[in-house]
Each structure stands twice: as structure tokens, then as C-alpha cells.
Design a protein around this ligand. Structure first.
Ligand SMILES: [Zn+2]
Length: 402
């Protein structure tokens, strides 16, 4: 029995390879680029092709065999001496492959992949030579491959449109000042390498609260920062406060997610809940919420610390409340009440561009500090943060030598 099964399998393997002869494909061109650390060789192909790559020594060279390929008329081995490539040699092999040899100036890493057609080019066989940090990544496009993603910060200006938010004694509307601060915050975030801001609203219109959260999730935001200005009957009260979602708010939201998960296609932390049983779904949701809440707490503390430097802080601790916009179960979220618009002095300050910029700078610095202390894996900030740590370690070593 075993024998017959393996015979059958062997038959399938054999016939598959026999029935799929290498497609005839033309090599229509060869292009080379040299960067500071790496050299890229691109073969333009008329179609998809199988290939193999070998790295050989004495002399250093890369050998690329492309199945069923031939050189289109007029294509010549590329000009010599580009980056790590001394010269390119090509010849058909008796087995039907086209062999391409890249003679190298030095021993070097090599990676190859087939790139699918895009709007400029057809199939391309790409060989990357050199110490690029991301040689493990499959790359689909022509651009320099990116090895780390940018952090996404959703910046949410409260209220808007027919919802003015709180209104100061002198008529200042919360929706206007918080939009100015949010825009300034987004500018500062976008000016920083490795971070990208998305505004949930960028004009005087209202966005429903669930839509603000949805926009943040659609952008796969790493952090959600809602910007507001507080109001209270007692006009003497002033200072900023930072809120995160209360445990009670999280519990409410969990029940809602669990109740609605049959018709929700949303993913929680990349996991779908609609195919899980009740217990598993609630455990997964709880894990995600706990992680988000503790990250929210740490990030909010950083922001509060920076706001404390700009001016008065209403309460020295991060506050908790059941604010709707903070309820995303898998995005750390905070709400910043920048000041009391009900306090005439703060109202006046809130209108000033200088103070708006100061508040934005404080929130930005807090966000920056948080992510440099807790960089998510796979982000550019993680690389930058480890670089900064290495530099400061070298610096400390130097100091101790004095
Ligand atoms: Zn508000």
C-alpha cells in the first residue's frame, strides 16, 4: 500500500515537471544601478520565469540561470563597472537555460526575486548585491525596498461642523482651537522621520465618533490622540488633563463587540472574532484591550509630563473616563483636554498661535518619548531608537573614561 502511494506521488511529481516545460522567455534588457551600499541588476523579461542563483568564489561571482530564456535581439551584456559588478557575461546552456554571470569586485551577499509587472515595466528578475539590511524581504516594486514601516498617529480634532464643542466667555469655539492645535501636531509628527500623522478631520465639519475610530483603524494607527478643550462652570479652574478609557468603558465596549461580532468584519489586533466561540472571543478581546489600555496609560503619562512643562496641569495623574472615541480595543488611545476654554485667561491663550504651537509641541514630545521608549517591532522608530541607544552607550563609555 505504502509503496503504491509513494509510486503514485512520484508519478505526479514526474508528470508535473514533465508537463510544465520552462516557458520560452526573452531577456529584453539589462539595467544596473549602484547605490552607496548595494548594486541592483534588473533583467527585463517578456514573461514570468524560473531561475536559480549561486554565489561563487575565486573569482567572486554570481551565477544566475534563467530557465527557457534567450536574449532578445540587440540586447548586449551591460556596460562594465557598475558598483560591485565588474562585468556581465551571458551564454545559453545546453540544458536550455540562459546563464548570466556577474563578475564581482568583492565578495558580497546576493538575493534575487521575480518582480511582477507594474504600469511601467513587465516581469523583471532582480538581483540585489550588497549589504542591504532587508535582503530577506520579498520586494514587489522598483523603488528602493523599505525594511521598516512608519508609525501612524491618528490625530483627532474634537467636535466640528454643527458641534462647536465648548464655547468660551469671549466666544472662542472649542472646535476651532482644537483643529488648529491638531493640525500643528500633525505637522510636527510628519516632520519627524519614521512617523506619519493622519487627521480624522481637517476642516470645519463633524465626523461621528465611531467614524473617527474607524478612520484610525483603516489607517492601522499605532496611537490615537484626541484633542479637546475643557469647560466647567467655575471659571477659575484651569490647566490641562489627559484621559484614557476607564475599565468600565472597556467592559462596555467588549460586550458591544461580542454582541455584534456576527455582523462585524473588523479584526481585533489582526484576529477575526466572528469565527471564534464566545469564550475564546472574549479572551482575545480582553487581551487586546488590556494591552491597549496599559499602552495608553504609559503614552498618556508621557504626554502629561510634557504638558506640565508648558503650563498648568489640572491633575497630576492620567484620568480615566468612558469617552467614546477612546474605545478602540486595539489602538492605544488618549484624549487631551489642552486647557479650560471656560477660564478667560486660558481662552485667550488658546486663541494664540504661539500657545497652540506650544501645546502641539508638548503632545508631540510626549508621543515621541513614548515611542522611543516603547518602539513597536518592525518600525523605523525601532531602528532609530536602537541607534540612539547605541550612540548614548558609546557616549557614556566616553564619559566614564574622563
Ligand atoms: Zn471637547
Amino acid at each position: 500500500m505504502t509503496f503504491r502511494v509513494s509510486q503514485l506521488l512520484w508519478g505526479i511529481v514526474m508528470s508535473t515537471s514533465l508537463w510544465l516545460p520552462a516557458q520560452a522567455v526573452d531577456v529584453r534588457g539589462i539595467r544596473l544601478w549602484a547605490g552607496p551600499d548595494s548594486t541592483r541588476v534588473v533583467l527585463d523579461l517578456s514573461g514570468s520565469a524560473q531561475h536559480s542563483l549561486q554565489i561563487l568564489k575565486n573569482p567572486d561571482r554570481v551565477v544566475l540561470d534563467v530557465a527557457g530564456a534567450k536574449l532578445a535581439g540587440g540586447v548586449r551584456a551591460a556596460s562594465a563597472g557598475t558598483g560591485a559588478v565588474k562585468q556581465v557575461r551571458m551564454a545559453p546552456r545546453p540544458s536550455g537555460e540562459l546563464r548570466i554571470v556577474l563578475d564581482l569586485t568583492r565578495p558580497i551577499q546576493a538575493k534575487s526575486f521575480l518582480a511582477a509587472p507594474n504600469n511601467r515595466y513587465g516581469y523583471r528578475l532582480v538581483v540585489d548585491l550588497g549589504s542591504s539590511q532587508n535582503t530577506d524581504m520579498p520586494v514587489k516594486v522598483e523603488h528602493a525596498p523599505r525594511d521598516a514601516r512608519d508609525l501612524v498617529i491618528a490625530v483627532d480634532a474634537g467636535h466640528g461642523g454643527d458641534d462647536p464643542g465648548a464655547i468660551g466667555k469671549n466666544g472662542t469655539r472649542e472646535k476651532d482651537v482644537v483643529l488648529a492645535i491638531a493640525r500643528e501636531l500633525a505637522l510636527k509628527i510628519n516632520a519627524e522621520p519614521g512617523m506619519k500623522a493622519v487627521l480624522t478631520r481637517d476642516g470645519d465639519y463633524f465626523v461621528p465618533l465611531r467614524d473617527r475610530m474607524r478612520r484610525a483603524r483603516a489607517q492601522q494607527a499605532d496611537l490615537f490622540v484626541s484633542v479637546h478643550a475643557d469647560s466647567i462652570r467655575d471659571r477659575r479652574v484651569d490647566g490641562s488633563s489627559v484621559y484614557i478609557l476607564s475599565q468600565r468603558g472597556a467592559t462596555d465596549e467588549a460586550s458591544r463587540w461580542l454582541a455584534e461580532r456576527e455582523n462585524a468584519s473588523d479584526l481585533i489586533g489582526g484576529v477575526s472574532l466572528d469565527d471564534k466561540d464566545d469564550v475564546l472571543a472574549s479572551v482575545l478581546l480582553d487581551l487586546s484591550q488590556s494591552a491597549s489600555l496599559s499602552a495608553s496609560q504609559v503614552a498618556a503619562e508621557r504626554v502629561l509630563r510634557q504638558l506640565n512643562r508648558v503650563g498648568e496641569v489640572r491633575k497630576p495623574q492620567v484620568q480615566q473616563a468612558r469617552f467614546m472615541v477612546l474605545k478602540s480595543p486595539d489602538i492605544p488611545s488618549m484624549l487631551v483636554e489642552t486647557a479650560y476654554i471656560s477660564n478667560p485667561q486660558e481662552e485667550l491663550r488658546l486663541r494664540g498661535q504661539m500657545h497652540q504651537a506650544k501645546l502641539a509641541a508638548a503632545i508631540h514630545q510626549g508621543v515621541h518619548d513614548y515611542f522611543y521608549a516603547n518602539p513597536p517591532a518592525g518600525t523605523r522608530i525601532a531602528q532609530l531608537a536602537s541607534g540612539a541607544a547605541a550612540r548614548s552607550a558609546v557616549g557614556a563609555g566616553g564619559d566614564s573614561g574622563l
